[in-house]
Design a binder for this molecule. Structure first.
Ligand code: HEC
Length: 155
């Protein structure tokens, strides 16, 4: 016969197992949403670059894309809740340093928000050359964070 103590232990093990898999599910959902989020940024950046290859580029189109990036960039830090790193067991290119060096990560994210905001303000003024330079600065802010906090693509 199992004693009451054994039953309690078994019950708490079962609760832990359920909690553990709920956490893994949470991480999977968070990481999927995060990748979708970055795909959105990537799309807006790629479309911006493509626009500049046209002659002439459409400033109206660039204004729309810059506004998207300006609105989306400040949402970056919230894509990285604790527990959504490599320790989650879910496939992710997010490096553990994001959580180990939170100040540096926050700064990299803030630099992007600043650059995206400048891109938007510049585009709204309608000067194509200045808008192109502002777009380059956004790209540099993406790359600066990736170099520090994102694992290299396998593909
Ligand atoms: C503050 C850091 C930071 C900034 C700034 C940043 N990224 Fe990322 N990015 C990451 C990290 C970390 C990942 C890995 C996410 C993962 O795999 O969970 C990532 C992943 C991506 C991915 C791959 C998504 C996938 O499906 O795996 C793309 C595309 C991307 N970023 C585009 C951009 C673009 C475009 C910008 C600039 C507009 C940008 N990122 C700015 C940190 C950043």
């Amino acid at each position: 016969m199992m004693g009451i103590k054994t039953l309690r232990v078994l019950a708490s093990v079962a609760v832990l197992a359920v909690a553990g898999s709920a956490l893994a599910d949470d991480a999977a959902t968070t990481i999927k949403a995060r990748k979708d989020y970055f795909h959105g940024l990537g799309k807006a950046m790629k479309a911006s670059g493509e626009e500049f290859k046209k002659s002439p580029p459409s400033i109206t189109e660039l204004q729309k894309l810059a506004a998207i990036l300006d609105a989306e960039a400040p949402k970056l830090p919230s894509q990285f809740p604790a527990g959504s790193g490599p320790e989650s067991g879910v496939k992710t290119e997010a490096l553990a340093d994001i959580w180990a060096k939170p100040d540096a990560f926050r700064k990299a994210a803030a630099d992007l928000a600043t650059a995206a905001h400048a891109y938007n303000l510049t585009a709204q003024k309608g000067d194509l050359a200045a808008t192109g330079a502002a777009l380059k600065a956004v790209g540099a802010a993406c790359g600066a964070c990736h170099r520090q906090f994102k694992a290299k693509d396998e593909h």
